[in-house]
Design a protein around this ligand. Structure first.
Ligand code: NAP
Length: 333
């Protein structure tokens, strides 16, 4: 498995990371034996970054990941990242709830510390139900995270790069965080390249390039647009219902329809299927440190690892993809 440097953390992370989220569902609703098999296989494949959060199954993902890692005899260096999502009712006591949140996560994970602790809230100029304001991020979140680092509870800290693009750019440029989880995929490539005016997605304004320039590690999320980039509406029984898109189309159905319009990539032999093309698209961006895959079944992990082992999409494939994406310009989001 190829490894890449996670920005200024200096950690050498596998190009493919393991998503323990609720969308794929394996680490939330899967059978314990399947979870154990998948994590063991991931480690065998050289995957070393595991991404979880309290929101994934109301603590279930953290508990399951912690249990599996303690059951396995792991000799490789494994990095674990978790998150904190602050509820609006707690916005006025960030300095208390952030350390409390990490303490609760550590308890569920059965660890003394994590490698990476990330803000899960969106970021915007002003606070809202979903987003924390720039003021809160700079004046309260960062100092609280710095204290946790000094206490040895987390080695590094990061953001989730969702919310208002200009606000995210400000946070990235300030170099206050070590990493960013960035939504980047074949339906919305704007975090990695300029898109034409009228492109039907949130314009993430080259967040990957900016993060790279700021020395941050980039963790690519939503590589399959929550599953839509498989080109199929079908969901595995333990997967979540179709998730709300992050930065791509207005709803999951629109994302699936657009994904199907990328089929010429497969017909022309650039990749065996859309899931493979999606992963190879992401790793073609050198600013991406690791690409997380959400999975319901171990077969999806195997498929993703095989895709990454084929390397980035070719320049011809990327040109064909850009031409197909141009066909979306002017459509409603
Ligand atoms: N910080 C944040 O706010 C944030 C947000 C989103 C994600 N994340 C992180 O990123 C990880 C991955 O993102 P995600 O789970 O949202 O979405 P994703 O990886 O874009 O999509 C996951 C879905 O793709 C489908 N899939 C996986 N492999 C496949 C394959 N080989 N062929 C066809 N379909 C396949 C699965 O659906 P079916 O099996 O049901 O078809 C699964 O539900 C999460 O686990 C989490 O760690 C973080």
């Amino acid at each position: 498995m190829e490894t890449r440097t996670l920005g200024r953390t200096g950690l050498k992370v596998s190009a493919l990371g393991f998503g323990c989220g609720a969308v794929g569902g394996l680490m939330v609703r899967g059978e314990p034996a399947d979870q154990r098999r998948a994590v063991a296989r991931a480690i065998e494949l050289g995957i070393n970054y595991f991404d979880t959060a309290p929101q994934y199954g109301d603590g279930a993902s953290e508990r399951n990941l912690g249990r599996v890692l303690s059951e396995l005899t792991v000799t490789a260096d494994i990095f674990v990242g978790t998150k904190i999502r602050v509820s609006p009712g707690d916005y006025d006591r960030l300095e208390q709830v952030i350390p409390e949140g990490l303490e609760a996560s550590l308890k569920r994970l059965g660890r003394e510390s994590v490698d990476l602790f990330q803000l899960h809230n969106a970021i915007a100029p002003e606070s809202s139900d979903e987003a924390l304001s720039l003021r809160a991020v700079f004046s309260e979140v960062v100092p609280a995270l710095e204290r946790l680092r000094t206490q040895g509870k987390t080695q590094f800290f990061g953001i989730t790069a969702v919310g208002d693009t200009a606000a995210l750019q400000q946070v990235i440029d300030a170099q206050a965080f070590d990493t960013a989880q960035v939504s980047y995929n074949m339906l919305n490539p704007s975090a990695g390249a300029a898109v034409p005016a009228g492109y039907p997605a949130q314009d993430y304004g080259d967040l990957i390039g900016r993060a790279q320039a700021a020395g941050m590690g980039v963790i690519n999320i939503r590589v399959l647009a929550g599953g839509a980039l498989s080109g199929s509406e079908a969901r595995h029984p333990i997967a979540s219902p179709p998730p709300a898109p992050i930065g791509s189309g207005h709803d999951y159905g629109i994302d699936v329809q657009r994904a199907r319009r990328l089929a010429p990539l497969i017909e022309q032999g650039f990749a065996d299927d859309l899931a493979e093309a999606s992963l190879r698209f992401s790793i073609a961006n050198p600013g991406v440190s690791t690409v997380l895959i959400g999975m319901a079944r171990i077969e999806e992990l195997e498929h993703a690892a095989a895709a990454v082992s084929k390397g980035p999409l070719s320049a011809d494939a990327l040109r064909q993809l850009a031409a197909l994406q141009n066909g979306f310009v002017g459509e409603a989001r």
